[in-house]
Write a protein that binds this ligand. Structure first.
Ligand SMILES: Nc1ncnc2c1ncn2[C@@H]1O[C@H](COP(=O)(O)OP(=O)(O)O)[C@@H](O)[C@H]1O
Ligand SMILES: [Mg+2]
Length: 358
């Protein structure tokens, strides 16, 4: 259902439209004669009609529908008249309308992709490695398509810094919170700092600008970002602050799975139990044990929650982050492997070599 219908007998126009479709990642269905595609006309998610056949298409009188666009090298009065008869939404002239058409096709691609899973990560105690895991999941998840980290922790180090994206251009929470309104999936993906298929929505670098972000506006835009992020990405990861207020509880509730990172010391476990208690009614929680020194079965028993993964104590994370490469230096390393296992959990469903599991 994501294949747009292209109707044209003009070879150069067809070539051009196929190029634009490829740029958007969609594969159109092609027909030279409008009379032969009356059924596809009604079922295709969008129809592009070449200026060369628009008059014939109007005469064939296909069913009236939305999403019909006439594309021509040069549109004359005849073209506009036929487009009106067809009920077309617009007449686009190439090459001027090139980027407009790509945006249109990208929207189709977004609509055809199943919404990506949303995974929250929260530290059971301070410095447990939540932000590192969030960024790791986004890096490893990028094998499935574009991924997005929503940095929901204004006190954290900045997920952009951990991913090496702090110097990249793009919008941050402050800009979006001022804007308000609905966020488009493709627009959000294009607006945030990103590299190699990993994007990040984070806080402005200076504290005054962070403090100036209106709480209510941020709450609304965070909600929007989760929804739009899902539609435009193969995976969205929320880096959630510890000891969060009800806003954080709400965000956790929007996740398909929230991972609580627990390190193995008595105070850390005590703190993790408090974090879980705050979130467990609202969200689906899974514990992730970092390092040795904590038996997973024992933790699962005292927390009354499943342990869904074990994070290795990885060397070289700090160096890799310092180099601007993010926590994952090698896709074959133990950290990446642990992240892949977490992404393959049924609540997330990103299994290597397969599309998203149903
Ligand atoms: N799996 C890991 N192995 C080794 N060091 C880690 C690991 N995860 C995180 N760290 C290190 O621990 C410190 C705190 O990590 P961070 O992700 O900022 O924690 P949190 O977000 O929970 O406060 C960082 O210096 C980070 O490099
Ligand atoms: Mg953190």
């Amino acid at each position: 259902m994501t294949r747009p219908l292209l109707v044209t007998g003009d070879e150069t126009l067809l070539e051009e439209l196929l190029r634009l479709a490829a740029a958007a990642g969609v594969t159109p269905e092609i027909a030279a004669d409008p009379a032969g595609v009356l059924r596809a006309w009604s079922t295709a998610p969008c129809v592009l009609v070449g200026g060369d056949v628009v008059a014939r298409a109007a005469r064939a009188a296909p069913e009236r529908r939305d999403g019909v666009h006439v594309v021509a090298w040069q549109a004359g009065a005849d073209t506009f008249r036929a487009a009106l008869t067809l009920g077309a939404r617009e007449v686009c002239e190439l090459p001027r309308a090139e980027s407009h058409l790509v945006a249109l096709l990208l929207e189709l691609a977004d609509a055809g992709r199943p919404p990506g899973p949303v995974v929250g990560v929260v530290g059971g105690s301070g410095g447990s490695g939540a932000t590192t895991l969030a960024c790791t999941l986004a890096q490893v998840g990028a094998a499935h398509g574009p991924t997005l980290v929503l940095d929901c922790d204004p006190q954290g180090p900045g997920a952009d810094r951990v991913l090496g994206l702090e110097g990249r251009p793009g919008v941050r929470w402050d800009v979006l919170a001022r804007g308000g309104g609905r966020l488009g999936a493709g627009a959000l993906r294009d607006a945030v700092p990103s590299h190699g298929g990993v994007g990040v929505l984070t806080w402005p670098p200076d504290v005054a600008a962070v403090d100036a972000v209106d709480g209510v506006a941020h709450r609304e835009v965070a909600r929007e970002a989760v929804a739009a992020g899902r539609r435009g990405h193969a995976l969205v990861v929320l880096d959630l602050p510890r000891g969060g207020d009800d806003h954080v509880v709400e965000l956790a509730g929007r996740c398909d799975l929230v991972l609580v990172v627990v390190v193995g010391s008595v105070p850390a476990v005590a703190s993790a139990l408090r974090t879980c208690a705050r979130l467990r009614d609202a969200a689906t929680l899974g514990l992730v044990v970092r390092g040795r020194g904590l038996a997973p079965e024992e933790l699962a028993r005292v927390a009354d929650l499943p342990v869904v993964g074990v994070l290795p104590e990885a060397r070289g994370i700090a160096e890799s982050v310092d180099l601007g490469l993010g926590p994952v230096r090698s896709a074959r390393g133990p950290l990446a492997r642990a992240a892949r296992d977490l992404l393959a959990l049924p609540q997330v469903g990103l299994v290597p070599g397969r599309g998203r599991a149903a």
